[in-house]
Design a protein around this ligand. Structure first.
Ligand SMILES: Cc1cc2nc3c(=O)[nH]c(=O)nc-3n(C[C@H](O)[C@H](O)[C@H](O)COP(=O)(O)OP(=O)(O)OC[C@H]3O[C@@H](n4cnc5c(N)ncnc54)[C@H](O)[C@@H]3O)c2cc1C
Length: 391
């Protein structure tokens, strides 16, 4: 296999932009209509995601270790789309037809052989991972909404109860889908695992967002959602050893950070935690009661709420990280950051400039919405931000 030729040919194809997924899906659905039901009713967002994922796979085709981990997670995760082993050849055929179409006279026998070999390998790793996961967890969990509170015009806090226990760690995210929308998005439970198995989600409706709008404006107690297996390790306490913590949160980035605080409380190891929660205005602290309750019940926790926009200084913004660094030197602590891309990016660069080591600053990565569980890989910095910013 010639990785350079694969990459080069992929770049030529990807340059055709939206035409590529359009051709791919038309070919796939025409030849295999049974695969249409695995994809969302509205395919607009799906198109970018497929191209993004394929581009990622091809650009790492010469880094086997990295790619195999990614593909295994992708394969296990794809069970939630009801993807089965027999679907892989159909997708492979459509992929090769798409490459042939866009490469035209540059499509050679050597390329056809290399692409076919690469796809066969990808399909094998993903299928085997899906089979291995089958023995451990269901493809998805059905969960009932047991509480739904609108905390702001565009923010809702949902509590859901899965029919079977969904094991996860504080700081992870789970796939969520509404049966009427049939698209999956990640949301972070805002609680440490509970004895009754319920999960709390903090959802902000993205403008025009298919899933978030449905969860905020179009759901009620008693409705069912589908949840998928948890993903992500960067925001869990696994990576923090026994260190004290500095937690920086903004917007619905507060959700996994709240889960971390609950987890520290559950572990009761004597860790000290400094929490800075930011919002653009005081009215945007949609979980002020939740923050106050934790502050009141956890003597090891200090809480500072940071309002970004000060009416006395129009045009100036204070981020949680700026206030935290002005307050103290936290370099002996592990730092966890969660919020919109701009907030995370600002926090990471500010901490780096202040002498904090990359390995002590934990965040989910930027531009993390593009496809499946790949957001973990985005942390390697290889994925462009095409999302508009999570949370
Ligand atoms: C690991 C992870 C954890 C996440 N956890 C949470 C969480 O706990 N709570 C939460 O609310 N969200 C969370 N998100 C974001 C969430 O997964 C969705 O991306 C978000 O809700 C938008 O999905 P959608 O289907 O409504 O929008 P889409 O239909 O995917 O997007 C519609 C349009 O809105 C734009 N858009 C998408 N998101 C935003 C945004 N935030 N602001 C402005 N424009 C946007 C898109 O670029 C697109 O043009 C998380 C994302 C990741 C990767």
């Amino acid at each position: 296999m010639d990785p350079a030729a694969l990459k080069q040919s992929w770049n030529l194809v990807a340059a055709h932009g939206d035409q590529v997924p359009l051709y791919f899906y038309s070919t796939l659905f025409l030849a295999h209509p049974e695969t249409r039901q695995m994809f969302p009713t509205n395919m607009a967002g799906q198109r970018d995601r497929l191209v993004g994922a394929l581009g990622h796979i091809v650009s790492h085709v010469d880094q086997v270790d990295h790619l195999v981990g990614f593909l295994r997670e992708l394969g296990a995760d794809h069970r939630k789309f009801a993807v089965r082993a027999e679907h892989y050849p159909a997708v492979g055929e459509a992929l090769l037809a798409t490459l042939r179409h866009f490469l035209a006279e540059r499509w050679t026998e050597d390329l056809a052989r290399d692409w076919s070999a690469a796809y066969t390998l990808i399909a094998k790793v993903m299928t085997e991972a899906a089979q291995a996961a089958e023995a451990q967890t269901p493809p998805w969990w059905v969960a009932e909404i047991v509480a739904h509170e609108r905390r702001a015009f565009d923010v809702a806090v949902l509590t859901v109860r899965p029919q079977y226990l969904l094991p996860f760690a504080a700081g992870q995210s789970v796939g969520v889908s509404h049966p009427a929308v049939r698209s999956w998005r990640y949301y972070s439970p805002a609680n440490a695992p509970r004895a009754d198995g319920t999960l709390e989600f903090h959802v902000r409706a993205a403008p025009g967002g298919a899933v978030s709008s449905r969860l905020v404006y179009g759901c009620a107690v008693g409705d069912q959602l589908h949840l998928a297996a948890p993903v992500g390790q960067r925001l869990t306490l696994w990576s923090a050893g026994s260190s004290d913590l500095l937690l920086l949160a903004a917007g619905t980035g507060w959700a996994p950070v709240k889960a971390l605080v609950e987890q520290v409380a559950a572990e009761d190891t004597g860790r000290q935690v400094a929490l800075y929660v930011g919002a653009r205005s005081a009215s945007e602290f949609y979980d002020a009661d939740g923050i106050d309750k934790l502050a009141a019940s956890c003597p090891w926790l200090s809480v500072t709420q940071v309002v970004a926009a000060d009416a006395r200084r129009p045009g100036e913004f204070t981020h949680a990280v700026d206030r935290a660094l002005a307050d103290a030197d936290w370099r002996s602590r592990q730092v966890f950051v969660c919020g919109a891309d701009a907030m995370v990016s600002h926090a990471v660069s500010t901490l780096t400039r202040a002498g904090y080591h990359e390995s002590q600053v934990h965040h989910e990565g930027l531009g993390t919405q593009w496809y499946g569980p790949t957001w973990r890989i985005a942390q390697a910095g290889s994925v462009p931000d095409s999302s508009g910013g999570a949370r």
